[in-house]
Design a protein around this ligand. Structure first.
Ligand code: ZN
Ligand code: FE
Length: 256
């Protein structure tokens, strides 16, 4: 199975997987860029995986569905366009012969799901939509800090070599914030230099990996002493883990 990010809008990636003949696409916010790749590579679209209901993730679903007859999978708890197969945490899907485990990750939206392929070669793979970004996490539009922390804990527990396919190229701005939170993190500084070089060459910073995110992403590190201390300097009322996480997310939203 080959994996490739299709850039769309300003900073979205529509992830495509294919075996040379059949393909699946994740969160197609627009149909034309997907159609272009399918035609150029001679691929049949068999499945569409949707992580959550936002327009930049579902805008192309109906058009692709009508053009290809692909099967659509999406969160049962949300309203996704077109007839689709509703998924929820704990469910296992077989898509193009790949085993995907559905993981509930509420926070960004109330019914957000992630798709995890544990047995894929050369390493496991995660489609996490707008829940986990490289160096960051999604905004809390429909969920609480407690829900998001719990969702991110679930993703952080996946194997270190899991490839993390996020839906946006937000890495550089996330890392500027991460360095403000944890200026003494050498892994973070090295990763930031590497990502700046990638973007100067127009290369995606993704996929990332769970092992890397555990070392550099402040939202997976909010219980680390250095991160919590940095948050508590600004949010003196932040006592519990959830308080610290919530204050960190709030700080990111204000950060310029
Ligand atoms: Zn979203
Ligand atoms: Fe999005």
């Amino acid at each position: 199975m080959k994996l490739l990010p299709i850039p769309a809008f300003d900073d979205n990636y529509l992830w495509l997987m294919h075996d040379g003949a059949d393909a699946l696409v994740v969160d197609p916010g627009a149909a034309p860029p997907v159609q272009e790749v399918l035609q150029r590579m001679g691929l049949n679209l068999k499945a569409i995986l949707v992580t959550h209901h936002h327009a930049d993730h579902v805008g192309g679903v109906v058009e692709l569905l009508q053009a290809t007859g692909a099967t659509v999978y999406g969160p049962e708890a949300e309203d996704i366009p077109g007839p689709y197969s509703g998924c929820q945490g704990g469910q296992v899907l077989d898509v193009l012969g790949v085993r995907f485990e559905v993981i509930d990750v509420p926070g960004h939206t109330a019914g957000h799901v992630a798709y995890f392929a544990p047995a894929l070669s050369p390493s496991p793979l995660l489609f996490c939509g707008d829940t986990l970004f490289s160096g960051g996490c999604g905004r809390l539009f429909e969920g609480t800090p407690a829900q998001m922390l719990d969702s991110l804990d679930r993703l952080a527990a996946l194997p270190d070599d899991t490839r993390v396919c996020c839906a946006h190229e937000y890495t550089l701005s996330n890392l500027r914030f991460a360095v403000a939170v944890e200026p003494g993190n050498a892994d973070l500084l090295a990763y930031q230099s590497k990502c700046i070089a990638s973007r100067e060459q127009g290369v995606p910073t993704l996929p990332s990996s769970i092992g890397l995110e555990r070392r550099i992403n402040p939202f997976l590190r909010s219980r680390e002493a250095a991160v919590a201390a940095s948050v508590r300097q600004r949010a003196t009322q932040a006592h519990s883990d959830v308080d610290v996480f919530g204050a960190l997310r709030e700080w990111k939203t204000q950060f310029r």
